[in-house]
Write a protein that binds this ligand. Structure first.
Ligand code: ADP
Ligand code: ASP
Ligand code: MG
Length: 408
């Protein structure tokens, strides 16, 4: 029998009615003759609430204990969903991460899956049961609970789909697919029928949060298709896959989508002397402090002096500022300036490769909207502009129109 892995996000199981609705959808897939494995997120805002609760007890909670705490959210929803399936007359069993054989490294709060020992899941499937797995968690070699990072249930689902050789990994969520821009801020956004892993990866790393980035990476690496559909209606969703398709042929030479991210802060060091080792002196201590740097821009040297700007997530700005101030004197920087209120907008599309004109069209659309570009970065299939946070919605709308993404 074909195996299907379905993943339901927190908004899909936010209350008892929604849990019952999810149970009905699972039953539909089961009735088609599939063996169904379901990965479930914690109900609604449970994870945020648990984090807040922890900080009321201790403002610097221990990472290991945080993982013990946060993993409970998914355990609760998995048990409740299983009870809902029992109520409908189906055989089902909930398994937490360790019971599902999800073995991870010991990097608490951002653990990586090392291996999945799927014997237990297979045994339960073969006994005719629907298997409900608590997402976002696993266990270390030393039997400690771990979590995979915020949004990590998507990664659990894709990893399970790969290890069980499922036909497809379905992500059921509160939107009915991937749109050309976030439909919450761009009403003209259009649903994309299918999209290549590479494009989805660029959209995800540029701020499209429909999927956890590691889920897209894994799916691409092992060629596991992901179908993004609504958990509330039957509208056809978006297939993320590796092969060529009619749809991508038709949209060849087109921007596929626009992503935005308001979690951007920048640090600028001015008046740095032109000496070997300066960049290493800046970025090594940032790496040691566990800060991941996104965009880096260094101006051309004038009189052997330059400015260097880099961006980090807002949550890391304070730490980054401390690190940079501690070394600024050593590297003879004149000044350290920070700005926490930035955003990035990106256009993404495989069709942009080797085709000139996309960058200038993007810059001119932003300029016509009166939006100032602070920094620019590119990859082969993406162009990103860093702008002021307050202009991000206008920027997305202007770019959506400029590249005519509302047209089918
Ligand atoms: P889940 O909890 O099911 O994992 P998320 O809330 O993480 O779901 O992701 C779904 C949300 O992603 C949608 O509600 C939507 O507002 C947002 N989103 C951002 N960009 C896009 C896009 N381009 N297409 C569709 N949804 C998007
Ligand atoms: N519950 C976790 C979170 O809110 C994991 C997930 O939902 O994917 O981040
Ligand atoms: Mg999510």
């Amino acid at each position: 029998m074909p195996i299907v892995v379905q993943k339901y996000g927190g908004s899909s199981v936010a209350d008892p009615d929604k849990i019952r609705n999810v149970a009905q959808r699972i039953v539909k897939s089961h009735a088609k003759g599939n063996q169904v494995v379901v990965v479930i997120s914690a109900m609604g805002d449970t994870t945020d609430d648990l984090i807040e609760l922890a900080h009321k007890i201790n403002d610097r909670p221990d990472n290991r204990e945080m993982d013990v705490l946060l993993s409970t959210g998914e355990i609760v929803s998995s048990a409740l969903l299983t009870m809902a399936l029992h109520k409908l007359g189906y055989q089902a069993i909930s398994l937490n991460g360790p019971q599902a054989g999800i073995l991870t490294d010991a990097a608490h709060s951002k653990a990586k899956i090392l291996k999945i020992e799927s014997d237990r899941i297979v045994k339960e499937l073969n006994a005719g049961k629907i298997v409900i797995v608590a997402g976002f968690q696993g266990i270390t070699q030393d039997a400690d609970m771990t979590t995979l990072g915020r949004g990590g249930s998507d990664t659990t689902a894709v990893a399970l789909a790969i290890s069980l050789k499922a036909q497809v990994c379905e992500k059921l969520t509160d939107v009915d697919g991937i749109y050309t821009a976030d439909p919450r801020i761009c009403p003209e956004a259009r649903k994309i029928k299918e999209i290549a892993y590479d494009e989805m990866l660029e959209l995800t790393s540029s701020g499209n949060k429909v999927l956890h980035i590691r889920a897209v990476e894994l799916a691409g690496h092992y060629n596991m298709p992901i179908l993004v559909v609504s958990s509330f209606n039957d509208s056809p969703g978006t297939l993320i896959h590796g092969g060529d398709s009619m749809d991508s042929m038709e949209v060849h030479n087109k921007v596929r989508g626009i992503a935005h991210d308001i979690d951007v802060a920048k640090v600028t060091l001015t008046g740095i002397p032109n000496q070997p080792g300066v960049a290493a002196a800046i970025f090594e201590p940032l790496t040691k402090a566990g800060i991941s740097v996104d965009t880096i821009v260094q101006n051309a040297f004038k009189d052997n002096i330059t400015d260097l700007t880099f961006t980090v997530s807002r949550g890391d700005l304070k730490k980054a500022n401390d690190v940079i101030n501690s070394i600024a004197k050593n590297i003879k920087a004149k000044e350290v300036v920070t700005d926490a209120k930035l955003a990035k907008v990106s256009i993404v599309g495989i069709g942009m490769q080797n085709t000139p004109g996309y960058a200038s069209k993007m810059f001119s659309a932003l300029s016509k909207a009166g939006i100032n570009i602070q920094l620019i970065t590119t990859s082969e299939i993406r162009i990103t502009c860093i702008i002021e946070e307050t202009r991000v919605k206008e920027a997305v709308l202007a770019l959506h129109r400029a590249f005519e993404l509302e047209k089918d």
